[in-house]
Design a protein around this ligand. Sequence first.
Ligand code: PMP
Length: 361
Amino acid sequence: TLVDLPTPRSNVLAIPAYVPGKPPTARPGLTSYKLSSNENPFPPLPGVLEAATAAVAHLNRYPDLGSAALYDALAAHLDVPSDHLAVATGSVGLLYQLIGAYCDPGDEVVHAWRSFEAYPIALATAGAVGRAVPLLADGRHDLDAMADAIDERTRVAVVCTPNNPTGPAVTQAELDAFLARVPSRVLVVVDEAYVEFVRSDDPIDGVATMRAHANVVLTRTFSKAYGLAGLRVGYAVAHPEVAASLRVVSLPFGVSAIAQAAAIASLAEQEAMVARVDELVVRRDRLLAGLRTQGWPVPDAQGNFVWLPFPGEPAATLAFAAAAEEAGVVVRPFPGDGVRVSVGEPEACERVLAVAGAFRG
Ligand code: PMP
């Protein structure tokens, strides 16, 4: 070109794009279901639309910068002082804030792979360097190898539990053993986006773990169990100093008044939320059992999704996604690794089982 444009930092052009789950495809005569973004198939909880609508009336005003009412509601819900909290634009926003606040360019971030695709994007955005530690064959974190990968350049380690996209959750015993090996100067992010769906014998008590280890940050979200993916609200629970640095680097007014009101109204509906999550867990476990009966080596599923492994088979991964789409279910292929299927409507789960059974022949 003829003009001399400003150039972004050299690493910026290499940042991979975030690939969102495909929307459902329109087909005459066939309802299509979106199972590609681990969303909640239920509508917002009772009272949430009313609370959000009331907030719409004030769209000419900025939201409360400090989200004070939401902090109060979360503090009461979690039984932690509000100085241990940081509210953000989705838990993905927290991830950017954490890495931005703690990593200088060149600093290292240890995380599992395959895991949530925003990790490599967020760390590259800050100029940090990822140390991606392969998962074990059963889709679990290799926490020993992750501890081995930590050195003097490591500033952050991310533990995704349950792991998106493979499904298993880390146990409290496994997390304790890992934390015993991690120097306290390394921030350990425990990404609990799907925590409400965990039904493990040894579930992590995130808040107790954070209290025992000042370098532990929990990140959670209203997008999954609470069904507010469209509004973008997440929160961190951390030592007050860590929470304060997260708030310092937050995008001003990043959580809208509508989002704040909807999150507060959602928190007030614990019973309804748990009933819906319980129903999704039943559907998940049924889907998991059905797939395993068909012979699929599906790892333990502790989130609102299941994982069909296709290691080293990119063509088969895409063929499965195409067959599902043909049957009116949009799933998420990760070519060469596997296919992730969110737990959705009962009819959608049935169709997944039918496609998976036919695919195995
Ligand atoms: N962490 C994990 C593991 C996820 O899968 C997701 C969403 N797919 C997020 C964080 C981000 O969720 P949100 O930004 O909607 O809170």
